[in-house]
Write a protein that binds this ligand. Structure first.
Ligand SMILES: Cc1cc2nc3c(=O)[nH]c(=O)nc-3n(C[C@H](O)[C@H](O)[C@H](O)COP(=O)(O)OP(=O)(O)OC[C@H]3O[C@@H](n4cnc5c(N)ncnc54)[C@H](O)[C@@H]3O)c2cc1C
Length: 581
């Protein structure tokens, strides 16, 4: 009955529409090309829950802005219509796009983590979707990229493969204390690593293309540029769409100093023809530290240059100190408060780095890991008036909608929290909001993250400094111990862990760890923190023995109590230094 009423009213208001994207209904009733089984199942579920179970749900609420700008008579907002809701959202605030025909319901620019997720989900919800992406290359440029994006081709995945490669040297070193002896030092073959990594990237980009194809998304190879709020140009050809999603990510940002043309960035560092003998890495962020660990493990001489006193700005202060100490013990040389001013190439091909403190010679490579810039240049955004931040990032509301109602943006190009799982979350939330009529905001609280340096870091929730600012009264639990493995390896490896607890509610506000397996451990702790568990919950959990992670449930006494009123820090003896050795 609801369907008939809905169709009658819709057709009364929009008789001219021939092919209407009734997203969920179309898929369920096979009005389009037969959708995959999953799409049918989801569409059917959506159809039944939205149209039948909640007939009075105000379905115009596709986004906050759409809700404000709906051009329909108010009574229509009570109708159980996905079709109307999608229209309201697509309208751009003036009703003009309601009567237009478009080539696609969604046109996505950039097939990285966020773009692929959003496009796939939108297509699964029944939308007609196209996505454009630059031709494949291991090194990105204005004209090269590849399906899969940064994470798959030039970020998380190849980087982690390199981390694995580099960890063996530490394992070999540890193994002697456990009775292993080698006739000669194991040798590493750089070209094997590069060839195997590149074969894996080819496999992965193929998988991503299949994912899009299986979801029914049209893939167009080429550079996308926005022409107007509903039109994208790809290499001279125009495509119209009710919605445009920008998910073009970012690219490395190098300073303009003399000799910068001799520097490499993280793209190039993952695809070098030969292993660096001596490398300078400029930058103190997570990418710089990860590459420092990689090249150190692969036996390059590594120097890290940072402008500030400490690495990893924004991380917990104790973690910042601990990680640089541990990395120094593994042979990495840190040059703090040293700002590069020029690069010079000598006749023997080696490079020198001139800084505010002097010149260091003899580098085979100088890598800059000095941040990334959103890819918004030459995208045609000025044609349509999409608002940008000073650094070029696209400004969006809580639903990822830009200042132009038909244009949305997700992922690194919005410079919110530049991580792959966050881009996925934003892409998924966008698709739900626009094509499933479930207004969904990405939730940025308690997002766990890792730094795959050596030893690695895992963190979730607030740092001590943030917790004090937000809550005032906090109890800090820390432990710093020699892990069991180090007792026989004889290496100076240690582990640091920290819990930050709200003194008034007992809620655990943050967890931080630097030591072996920290990213794997923190993913689990992240669930507890996201769920708002208390220190009592941690204390009542039985540990797994013998592990490092059991320390997270056995830190009984606070290391210090910080109280806002008395402006005091009470240092406790607690189990601040706990050694298994
Ligand atoms: C070295 C490195 C290591 C990283 N490690 C991690 C990690 O361990 N964990 C983690 O969570 N995150 C990591 N990241 C971050 C992660 O890669 C990004 O957050 C994620 O890829 C962002 O996804 P996105 O969809 O926003 O953009 P991207 O994945 O960058 O995708 C954007 C796509 O758009 C394409 N494109 C650009 N302009 C156009 C155009 N005009 N037309 C068509 N296509 C275009 C690009 O070619 C690219 O494929 C790392 C990043 C780097 C650089």
């Amino acid at each position: 009955m609801w369907i008939n009423l809905y169709t009658l009213i819709y057709d009364f208001f929009f008789p001219e529409e021939q092919e209407t994207p009734i997203y969920a209904m179309a898929a369920a009733l096979s009005l389009r090309a037969p959708p995959p089984a999953l799409a049918s199942a989801i569409a059917l579920r959506t159809f039944s829950t939205t149209l039948l179970s909640t007939p009075l749900k105000p379905l115009f609420a596709s986004s906050s802005r759409a809700l404000r700008s709906t051009p329909f008579p108010p009574f229509l907002s009570l109708l159980p219509s996905r079709r109307l809701a999608v229209r309201a959202c697509a309208d751009g605030g003036n009703g003009a796009s309601f009567s237009r025909q478009f080539d696609f319901d969604l046109f996505t620019i950039g097939a990285g983590s966020g773009g692929v997720r959003a496009s796939r989900f939108a297509a699964t919800y029944g939308a007609k979707v196209a996505i454009c992406e630059l031709p494949f290359s291991t090194i990105s440029s204005e004209n090269a990229g590849g399906v899969g994006g940064t994470c798959v081709l030039r970020g998380c995945v190849p980087k982690k493969l390199f981390v694995y490669a580099s960890q063996y040297s530490h394992d070999f070193e540890e193994s002697h204390g456990f009775g292993w002896a080698y006739e000669s030092e194991p040798k590493h073959d750089w070209s094997t690593l590069i060839a195997n990594k590149n074969a894996e990237l080819q496999r992965l980009t193929g998988i991503y293309k299949n994912i899009l194809q299986n979801a029914g998304v049209t893939l167009i190879e080429g550079r996308g540029k926005i022409v107007d709020p509903h039109t994208v140009e790809v290499d001279g050809k125009l495509y119209t769409a009710r919605h445009i999603l920008i998910s073009v990510g970012g690219r490395p940002n190098l300073p303009e100093i003399p000799g910068i043309e001799y520097a490499i960035d993280s793209d190039a560092a993952l695809d070098l023809p030969s292993k660096p003998e001596k490398i300078a890495i400029v930058g103190g962020g997570y990418i710089a530290l990860e590459f420092a660990g990689i090249f150190n493990g692969l036996k390059s001489e590594v120097h890290v240059f940072i402008r500030q006193k400490k690495v990893l700005r924004g991380f917990d202060e104790e973690i910042r100190d601990f990680v640089s100490e541990q990395m120094s013990l593994r042979g990495i040389e840190f040059h703090v408060e040293e700002t590069p001013q020029a690069l010079v190439k000598s006749t023997d091909g080696l490079l020198s780095l001139r800084t505010n403190k002097g010149t260091i010679d003899g580098f085979s490579h100088i890598m800059f890991a000095t941040g990334r810039r959103p890819n918004t240049k030459n995208l045609g955004l000025e044609n349509v008036g999409v608002d940008l931040a000073e650094n070029g990032a696209i400004l969006v509301d809580e639903y990822s909608q830009t200042s132009v109602d038909s244009i949305w943006a997700v992922g690194d190009v919005t410079d919110r929290l530049n991580l792959t799982p966050v881009a996925l979350m934003e892409g998924g939330a966008f698709a739900k909001t626009v094509f499933l009529n479930e207004p969904t905001k990405p939730n940025f609280t308690a997002v766990p993250s890792a730094v795959f340096c050596q030893p690695p870091i895992g963190q979730v929730g607030l740092t001590e400094e943030q917790a004090i600012q937000e809550y005032g009264d906090v109890d800090i639990y820390t432990t710093n111990f020699r892990p069991l493995k180090a007792t026989l390896s004889g290496l100076p490896d240690r582990v640091f862990m920290k819990l930050i607890v709200c003194a008034n509610t007992n809620k655990v506000l943050g967890a931080h760890m630097c030591g072996d397996d920290a990213p794997e451990i923190i993913q689990g702790i992240g669930i507890a923190i996201k769920a708002g568990l208390t220190k009592w919950d941690f204390d009542s959990t039985v540990g797994i023995h013998p592990t490092s992670s059991e320390e997270f449930v056995t830190m009984r006494n606070p290391t210090r109590k910080i109280r806002k009123d008395s402006a005091s820090v009470v240092e406790m003896s607690g189990d601040k230094i706990k050694s298994a050795g």
